[in-house]
Design a protein around this ligand. Structure first.
Ligand SMILES: *[C@@H]1O[C@H](CO)[C@@H](O)[C@H](O)[C@H]1NC(C)=O
Ligand SMILES: *[C@@H]1O[C@H](CO)[C@@H](O)[C@H](O)[C@H]1NC(C)=O
Ligand SMILES: *[C@@H]1O[C@H](CO)[C@@H](O)[C@H](O)[C@H]1NC(C)=O
Ligand SMILES: *[C@@H]1O[C@H](CO)[C@@H](O)[C@H](O)[C@H]1NC(C)=O
Length: 374
């Protein structure tokens, strides 16, 4: 005879387990509601297929200024570019005074008069031009204090002046120590043959990157959005307009990213545009700058080339680099290396290079036609 009480004694356990299981599902569906509860919330079984998990963080209530800013930026980004019949590139020189390498630039521009415009912002001294191409191209300038927002203001002043010419479709920011690495046609095709802006942008977890972030920038700028990048950008027209439109994020940087606040040195020109574009149009920027600079010596300033350094080999070396390199400022000194992709194709990264001493002018002039054959 089987023991008569054996089966009934198992039933309540079985029922309790079943009831507990359904209760758990019901509680789950209640605590983490989803639009499609039956399809999506069996997260006991399939964790990654459940749309209701993790629960969405509640959206912030935006201020009037933020709503306005978001809608304007969205509208600028979705507007299609006005096609000019005669597209030009605006070359904008941000310099303390005269351009020591002006003769080299003259060589670069000569013969392409209908395809470029020049703008010079001399922030310290009145310029003396050695090339007729530059005469009359100075814009009204203001003093620039290194590392402060006045640097960004000067960039915006150049953009505003250059945007006045509707033919200008791409805008290149250059310094007095920059040189071209290719001929004009190459640069023109490179910049106008793609849809993106060449804004340097990377995440640096170290003290010279995320360490400069200030929580005073909340709620509009979160730490996860914070980026760093070299100042020397090129931007398409749409992005140039966007930069001039933005006051919301600009003001955050103006007040909370400057040298010597909260015991840290934040430089707006190294963080404002990378962070802004990382937030509003990350796919619209290349994440590297087309202006090469050599930080490999690990000093406070990048390598600057003297006359003796300027050889055919040096210029060939720089113009054949096809990987962009970013090094983090933490103890790991982590190297982030990525191929430079232009419309999805691997290409050499750089169109320009810095920093070249004025004394290197003669060597550069002699070499120019040799190294810019492409
Ligand atoms: C530029 O963007 C448009 C869409 O906005 C796209 O159709 C076009 O192919 C892009 N051109 C290049 C050169 O990538
Ligand atoms: C630049 O980086 C962002 C992510 O930070 C990425 O979404 C974007 O596709 C990158 N741009 C290009 C052209 O690869
Ligand atoms: C050029 O690159 C080669 C190979 O990387 C290197 O050995 C050489 O020192 C470089 N020359 C100059 C002048 O930078
Ligand atoms: C430029 O190239 C030509 C031909 O390859 C060569 O004869 C000349 O010496 C080069 N000039 C310089 C300054 O390297």
């Amino acid at each position: 005879m089987p023991p008569p009480r054996a089966r009934p004694s198992k039933r309540p356990v079985w029922i309790i387990v079943l009831i507990a299981f359904f209760c758990a599902i019901l509680i789950g569906a209640y605590v983490y509601p989803s639009n499609k509860p039956y399809k999506s919330c069996y997260y006991f079984f399939s964790s990654d297929k459940c749309n209701g998990w993790p629960p969405p963080t509640p959206a912030r209530v935006y201020t009037d200024e933020e709503i306005a800013s978001r809608v304007v930026i969205k509208d600028i980004l979705s507007s299609s570019a006005v096609q000019s019949k005669n597209p030009k590139i605006a070359f904008m020189f941000l310099t303390p005074g005269s351009l020591p390498l002006e003769k080299l630039w003259e060589k670069f521009f000569q013969g392409h008069e209908d395809r470029y415009t020049l703008y010079v912002h001399a922030s310290r001294e009145k310029t003396v031009h050695t090339s007729s191409l530059f005469i009359g191209r100075d814009i009204r300038s203001e003093k620039v204090v290194w590392g402060t927002i006045s640097m960004v203001d000067a960039e915006k002043r150049l953009l505003a002046n250059a945007l006045q010419d509707p033919d200008n479709q791409h805008f290149v920011l250059l310094s007095d120590s920059c040189v071209p690495l290719h001929n004009f046609d190459y640069v023109y095709q490179f910049l106008l043959g793609t849809n993106i802006s060449f804004i340097d942008c990377f995440e640096d977890p170290g003290p010279h990157g995320n360490g400069r972030y200030s929580e005073h920038m909340l709620p509009e700028v979160e730490k996860k959005d914070w980026r760093k990048g070299a100042q020397w950008f090129t931007v398409k027209r749409q992005h140039a307009v966007l930069i001039l439109t933005d006051t919301l994020y600009y003001n955050k940087f103006k007040h909370h990213c400057k040298p010597g606040t909260e015991g840290k040195n934040c430089y707006a020109d190294e963080h404002y545009l990378p962070t802004l574009f990382n937030m509003v149009d990350p796919k619209g920027i290349a994440n590297w700058s087309v202006t090469h600079v050599d930080w490999s010596e690990g000093k406070w300033h990048p390598k600057a080339y003297r006359a003796v350094d300027v050889t055919f080999e040096l210029l060939k070396n720089i113009s054949s680099i096809d990987q962009s390199i970013h090094v983090t400022s933490n103890a790991h000194k982590q190297v982030q290396q990525r191929p430079c992709l232009w419309n999805g194709m691997k290409r050499p990264c750089y169109l320009f290079a810095r920093k070249f001493y004025p004394e290197s002018l003669d060597n550069l002039m002699n070499l120019f036609s040799n190294f810019t054959v492409f």
